[in-house]
Design a protein around this ligand. Sequence first.
Ligand SMILES: O=C(O)CCC(=O)C(=O)O
Ligand SMILES: [Fe+2]
Length: 236
Amino acid sequence: MNAAQLARQFWADGFLLIEDFFEPALMDQLDRLILDHFGDDPAFGHEREFLERAKTEVIPWFPQRQGPSTFDTLDDHAGLRELSTAILGEGWRNDYCMVMFSKQGTGGQAWHQDCSPESPEQFNLNRLVYSSDITDAIGGQTVVVPGSHRRGLLPVGDPLGEFDTQRVLRPRRGTLIMLHGHTWHRVLPITGRYRFSTNYRAASPAAPDQLTDVCVYRNMRYRFSTASIVEERQTA
Ligand SMILES: O=C(O)CCC(=O)C(=O)O
Ligand SMILES: [Fe+2]
């Protein structure tokens, strides 16, 4: 791995996709733990208002809150740490690990920025681990707008509309996606079976705590800790 070159690519595009980054056996272990946790038909955890307004149908799980497990091995993954340091510089920190599960027939995630883009130095880094293939038959592909981490605020508009320059990513088992929190991104509807990703969120040295508490959508800003809309966004 040439971490310096990959970091340059990350900073040019606002994201990075690397296939076969993680060992298959480790991915199979993670996959099993996640499926055992969610079972066949998990209930939504978010408020109804969020699910409807954010057009985002995910069930989050923070596995490390339940004690030591295989999830911890990824925190110490040498390649992941090296690449994180190349991108963020010394002094970055682990934020939290979150699995996001979406059931069959649900809408995925609308366009968003994980945190407000007003300050370019203050951002989260999503380190997304895919423990099974995301194919066109399943849906749930991750979509990004390359370079949008430098374009400021996600424009007001259709939460599910298309951008001319959007790129559809199809991660497979063992793929790592590094995604800047200001990059405009979404997840397509899940047409086949469930889909999920495991996100080892990290924060830039300048990022304050709780940075990702407020998420930017095309129609609102939403604060998760209070489950409330903190700004309605609409075209004049
Ligand atoms: O699951 C994905 O592919 C993207 C998830 C996402 O938007 C995030 O973790 O912030
Ligand atoms: Fe996101």
